[in-house]
Structures are given as C-alpha cells and as structure tokens.
Design a protein around this ligand. Structure first.
Ligand SMILES: [Zn+2]
Length: 407
C-alpha cells in the first residue's frame, strides 16, 4: 500500500489559486505535481458533510451526514451537539479500507471521525459544550496515550482551541507522528484559514496570512516525509472543502417563521448561506413550499431561491428536510434565538458559486508534473486517494481518477 498524508486546508478555494505566492509550498506542489482546482463541492457547502464525502466517496444521501449538526431546534446554540463520531457515517471510509489492507491510520482533527476503531492515533475533532471539560472530552473521544504524549511535547504551541495555535499544534503533531510511527494514512484538518475568513472576511489580510501559514505547514509535513525512512514514496495530498463569501446581513429564520405564523408547520436549520426546513409535526409532511412562501415573503426573508425535495434528491442532499432555501447574496441565515455571534464571511451555500470550487493537489514520486485536471466532483476524492494508495473503496459512488495523476 502506498502511504498518503492528506491535508485539508479548510476554506481554501479556486480564487486562492489565481494569484499564488510564487515561493509558497502549494505553488510548488501544483507546479511539480498534478492538481484540480475545480473540485465541485456538495450541497450544502459545510465542513463536516464535505469531509465525510471526501473519505467515503459518497454524497450526503448515502453518508447520512448532511449538516455539521443534527437538527436541534429547541436547544440553545451553545449546547447543540455536532456529528462528532464515526458512527454517524453510514458507509465505509478510507480509514476502514486502509485497516482492512493491513495499514495504520492517523486522524488529526478530521471531522466526524472520533471513536473510529480503525484509527490508531486520533486527535479528535470535538469541542466541549456547557459545563464540559475540554481535555477530558478529548481523552474520551480520541486516543488518550497519544494525546497525552502530544500534549507533553507540543502543549506549549496550543492556546485552547484558538487559531492559528491549534493548527500549528496539529501540524507539529502530524509531522511528529509521521517521523515516529510512519502511518499508512495520515489525515490532517487545518482550520486556521476558515477561522480567519469567518472573523475578518474572505479576502482579508488575516486570510492571506493564514494561506501563508498553510504553506509553511505543508512544507513542514513534506520535510517530515522526505526525512523519514520508509516514508519517501508517500504522497502529500492537499484538499479543500469550500470557499467563503462576505456577509452584509443576518436574517433569523426562526424569528421570521414565528412572525409569519409558519412555526406551527415548520422548523428551520441554518446552514449559513442556505437553510433546511423540516416538518414541525406529522401533518406538516404535506406542506407545499410554493404556497407557504409566495414571492413577496421570499423577498422579506431574503431567500433567493427554494430547493424542492426533487431538487435536493438530484443534488444528493441528505434525507429529512422537506425543502431548502438559498440566501440572497451577502445574507447569512441564523436559526437560534440566542445567537449573538456576528461573522464577516461564511459558507453553506448551494451550487453555482465560486466558493464551490475546491482544490485537490497530489505531490510525490510517480505523479505527473504540472498537470491540471479540469474538473472533479467532491465524491471522486475518496476513490481517487484509494486508487493512488493501491486499495479500493468499493461502496463509493465517485470515480477513481488516479490514472490521470500517475506517470
Ligand atoms: Zn470548512
């Protein structure tokens, strides 16, 4: 099995490839490797479901993970649980495929992958809710001994879950794990750029600085690969999940449903720049979105379009919602009445935006130099990585495109 180090650069998208830093490591990866910068992401463009699609080769209608969180309309925002655990994913992942082929996995902040028995070294993507202790929770969801050792060596880099310190820590831990344990599959999720965009804006100076830090972490990982005996044939793969768009206005849809007397029939879950509508009770299954939402109401609620259930099926969206709404440009939807946070930019939008076009860049021995693949789907990422490793993901719906990458 060919070893792979997979690095997800959260919120990196096609616009970031247009004026690349000539000295950046990613530029080198693209120049000396094979890449696609038009990997079309899924609906809705949200981190957790996309990362699940990447490692399963299936869309949310198969994986069962269609949002970051299960719908929890009556729970205050800060107390809502997320899809943290492997058990939420309804199809096999690359981690199981690697283990089945006798390999070992390392997962660092990879979403929806806590308590995965196929992962030997797990730094869990989980966060504490009200009255929970962050350290104890991480120990319960990840690999305790690995975490304690990591904390001993790199604890000085971390400041809770604050960025860019957490990504700095995660990259150092990944490089160290590569040197010490030579995992067959290392999956690392770097959130720094996503956070910078949310807080300061899509093309803010802070976001550009985060892109530079991503370059540095990729270079560090590449050095760990080349300096470790038994890792020299490993491939370094950079992937991304979605872009972002700047926010001008927040619309609270839960408040709007109440205001227009629709809360008896429906409840809403925000996906950021889109939203899912669910039946509030068993009779609501028969609601007709066109009748509930005449054009003037759509305008008042800043909805640019509705996706009916047939549309959602065609987009391979998750089962459950009756229909979805796309926000007007610059609008973000909120669903929690207690929500205070205001952001500069976000994602979660539907198809047809620049922010849907993501990166898949493969670098290493036996990979074509300077080759660009014009288009891929997010569900092709998993089977293509499997193909590059010489294993397979038989239940994937995506296509194994590995031949296009190999010399
Ligand atoms: Zn993301």
């Amino acid at each position: 099995m060919r070893k792979v180090v997979l690095v997800s650069l959260d919120a990196f998208f096609i616009a970031d490839t247009e004026h690349p830093d000539p000295n950046g490591f990613l530029t080198r990866m693209m120049r000396e490797g094979t890449f696609c910068r038009r990997v079309e992401t899924i609906f809705p463009a949200l981190t957790y479901p996309i990362h699940v699609t990447m490692v399963t080769g299936c869309d949310p209608d198969k994986t069962g993970v269609g949002q970051n969180q299960p719908p929890q309309p009556d729970v205050p925002k800060a107390e809502r649980v997320w899809y943290w655990e492997r058990k939420h994913v309804q199809v096999p992942t690359l981690f199981e495929a690697v283990k089945k082929n006798g390999g070992q996995n390392c997962s660092i902040l990879w979403p929806v992958n806590c308590r995965n028995r196929s992962v030997r070294w797990c730094f869990p993507e989980v966060h504490p809710l009200k009255n929970e202790n962050a350290v104890l929770k991480a120990l319960r969801y990840g690999s305790p001994i690995y975490l304690l050792r990591g904390e001993k060596h790199f604890g000085h880099l971390r400041r809770g879950i604050q960025e860019p310190y957490l990504s700095d820590y995660a990259a150092a831990l990944a490089a160290d794990t590569i040197r010490k344990h030579r995992p067959d599959f290392t999956a690392l999720h770097l959130i720094d750029l996503d956070e910078a965009r949310h807080h300061y804006g899509t093309f803010s100076r802070e976001a550009l600085n985060a892109i530079r830090r991503n370059d540095r972490w990729l270079a560090d990982l590449h050095r760990a690969i080349t300096e470790t005996p038994g890792m020299k044939d490993a491939l370094l793969i950079a992937v991304s999940d979605h872009g972002q768009e700047d926010i001008r206005e927040t619309v609270n849809l839960t408040e709007k449903l109440r205001q227009y007397g629709l809360d008896k029939a429906l409840y809403v879950q925000s996906n950021g720049m889109s939203a899912y509508f669910f039946p509030a009770n068993s009779q609501a299954g028969s609601v007709c979105p066109e009748k509930l939402f005449p054009p003037e109401l759509l305008e008042k609620m800043k909805i640019s379009r509705l996706y009916y259930r047939e549309d959602l099926n065609r987009m391979h969206a998750v089962q459950g919602p009756l229909f979805a709404a796309e926000a007007a440009e610059g609008v973000v939807f909120s669903d929690a009445l207690d929500e205070k946070k205001r952001e500069a930019a976000t994602h979660g939008f539907g198809p047809g935006r620049d922010g849907d076009l993501c990166l898949f860049s493969v670098f290493g021995k036996g990979i074509k130099h300077g080759m660009e693949i014009p288009y891929m789907k997010m569900r092709d990422v998993g089977p293509t990585i499997a193909g590059l490793m010489g294993i397979s993901l038989p239940q994937a719906d995506g296509t194994d495109r590995s031949e296009a990458f190999l010399t």
